[in-house]
Design a protein around this ligand. Structure first.
Ligand code: SAM
Length: 222
């Protein structure tokens, strides 16, 4: 079990990194409810047993199948950028361990998360069900195409780096919606982008921060 000190330390590190990067992100402090969700969801529940001693370190950790659970600061930043609201329906591409979806489950009405690796999709669904998080549905498939049957969405978060912004994800965003996505090639410069669709359907793009993500595979690869 996590000690309160470990979780507190993780929060302090996130707050410090938020401040260091505020010149780039424009964010000096993450929303209170986002930070509360980061406390409520115990990261140790989402990492393999041999990684539990490192669960509250501010770094990515391996989760098997060559994939990772993202760094806590990045999870907090991406969640904050979405501006999640209580009645939102959100799509996540890249369920991985299920951690990001679990954080969002505390902040919005419903999350659909899609994972391309069948073993990870099953593991994430089993874990989230066991944790009693009923407002998350894990789907297996290629998130490049989104999930049109459940859209349009108030927000979309992509947790693997795409070579370009998938057009169908923009299509599946509601007017007023936000898409947070790392864009760039593997082992090369990637930027976390915030894409906003206004009420008239006009789309604007903003580079937030240089990041390093595992690649989006499937149709969005390369
Ligand atoms: N959000 C995850 C979490 O909280 O643990 C971390 C995601 S990990 C950095 C990226 C995930 O995206 C991997 O599990 C990977 O298999 C998945 N992925 C890569 N390409 C995908 C695609 N085209 N569709 C759906 N999932 C994809």
């Amino acid at each position: 079990m996590a000690s309160k000190d470990e979780v507190k330390q993780m929060l302090r590190t996130i707050e410090r990194e938020c401040l260091y990067t505020s010149g780039l992100t424009g964010i000096k402090k993450f929303q209170k409810r986002v930070m509360e969700a980061m406390v409520e969801v115990l990261r140790e529940k989402f990492v393999p047993d041999h990684m539990k001693p490192f669960a509250y370190d501010n770094g990515p950790l391996p989760i098997g199948n060559g994939q990772t659970i993202s760094q806590p600061y990045i999870v907090a930043l991406m969640t904050d950028l979405l501006l999640p609201e209580q009645n939102d329906v959100i799509l996540e591409v890249g369920a991985g361990s299920g951690y990001q979806a679990a954080i969002l489950s505390k902040l919005v009405k419903q999350i659909y998360t899609i994972e391309i690796i069948p073993a990870l999709a099953k593991q994430a669904q089993d874990r989230l069900t066991k944790l009693g998080l009923k407002n998350i549905e894990v789907c297996q498939g290629d998130g490049y195409y989104g999930l049109p049957q459940h859209g349009p969405f108030d927000g979309i978060i992509v947790t693997a780096a795409a070579s370009h912004v998938p057009p169908l994800l923009i299509e599946q965003l509601k007017p007023g919606g936000r898409l947070v996505i790392p864009v760039g090639l593997p082992h090369s410069l990637q930027y976390l982008m915030l894409i906003e669709k206004d009420q008239k359907g006009e789309v604007t793009y903003r580079e937030i921060l240089a990041v390093a993500f595992v690649p989006l595979t499937g149709a969005g690869h390369g």
